[in-house]
Design a protein around this ligand. Sequence first.
Ligand SMILES: Cc1ncc(C[n+]2csc(CCOP(=O)(O)OP(=O)(O)O)c2C)c(N)n1
Ligand SMILES: [Mg+2]
Length: 392
Amino acid sequence: MAKGDPAVSSRGRRAAPRSRRAAATAEPELVQLLTPTGERIESATGPDGTEYRVDFTDEEYRGLYRDLVLVRKLDAEATALQRQGELGLWASLLGQEAAQVGSGRALRSQDMAFPTYREHGVLYCRGIDPIMPLGLFRGVDQGGWDPNEFKFNMYTIVIGAQTLHATGYAMGVHMDGKTGTEDGEAVIAYFGDGATSQGDVNEAFVWASVFNAPLVFFCQNNQYAISEPLERQTRVPLYRRAGGFGFPGVRVDGNDVLASYAVTRHALDNARLGQGPSLIEAYTYRMGAHTTSDDPTRYRIASEVEAWQAKDPIARMKAFLDKQQIADDAFFAEIDEQARAEAVHLRERVLELPDPAPVSMFDHVYPHGSPELDAQRARFSTYLESFEGSAH
Ligand SMILES: Cc1ncc(C[n+]2csc(CCOP(=O)(O)OP(=O)(O)O)c2C)c(N)n1
Ligand SMILES: [Mg+2]
């Protein structure tokens, strides 16, 4: 290609035609049951003709709102704790509450979830004490919850790796004969838009497909992989990739808790009945930084963030509850107070988490240790003892 050819960008990359770039990042075919202004849509049709609808009681609608508010407040508290030096790092879920609460509440008790490092909302829905991930991010323990007890695997930071773990697990569920009935088991794997470029995720798609694994791939497309925008990951909407692997894909409004619930419940039930995997692309936006180590003002403009603020998942649920007179001001005030009290309680408990003995980092590497590790532990102990007044 000649220098100066308009199809080659100034950075030497071949730019895709504007129409193809737009196709990947536009908002086509969203399944939506609650508009950004809080209007209810009775039912929505997916790309394969599936009709999505929800039928919640008023109490259940209020419960979803409570989940959204609590999860956001606890997340904000964790961010504040990091800023005050009490956590090493925090990956905020701000903006993604509806995708996480909707899908998390759609899980049945027997279903297994494989999270990334950002699924604090799903963790909350699984009934895990929110102090647990804070111990991990404070660096005082390994995370702490029992994945089998809560049906929620450990956080995974290696991008996309958990999709393979989930696929293997789901293949096992299928081979154990735990699918094919209404109370069968299903598995869900969470990952981001950036993860879709990883080999692991594409391998997981292949294996899940050909072994008919009871697995829902749940991609939260929050538009960024740290500083890399979606257009650097794909030229087609992500949910359409599923077709090439031989299973259905659907794009849901990830800021709509009702649609996120409906789409996930349907996909999980199909999986448990033995109909194999599917891909859900929850179209959402990371309102905050990638983690507390990131500064998003260096790579995205304020007007983009403002445009997404108008689609806030909590504001639309509140508007709906208010318009339909499902909740009143006293209810909203009560939820705010509950969230505040839980955040204060969380903070108190974080500050009380005991510091582990430095040498304990060698303890859980192997079940029975190793000569090499024993030597390292001994050297490190001697080093610590060299400090005046050392208690080690
Ligand atoms: C295998 C691997 N490569 C790179 C990284 C560094 N890294 C951490 S988060 C991240 C971006 C992930 O983006 P996405 O999948 O969209 O998830 P999000 O953080 O937006 O939720 C990268 C590249 C990593 N943790 N693991
Ligand atoms: Mg992302």
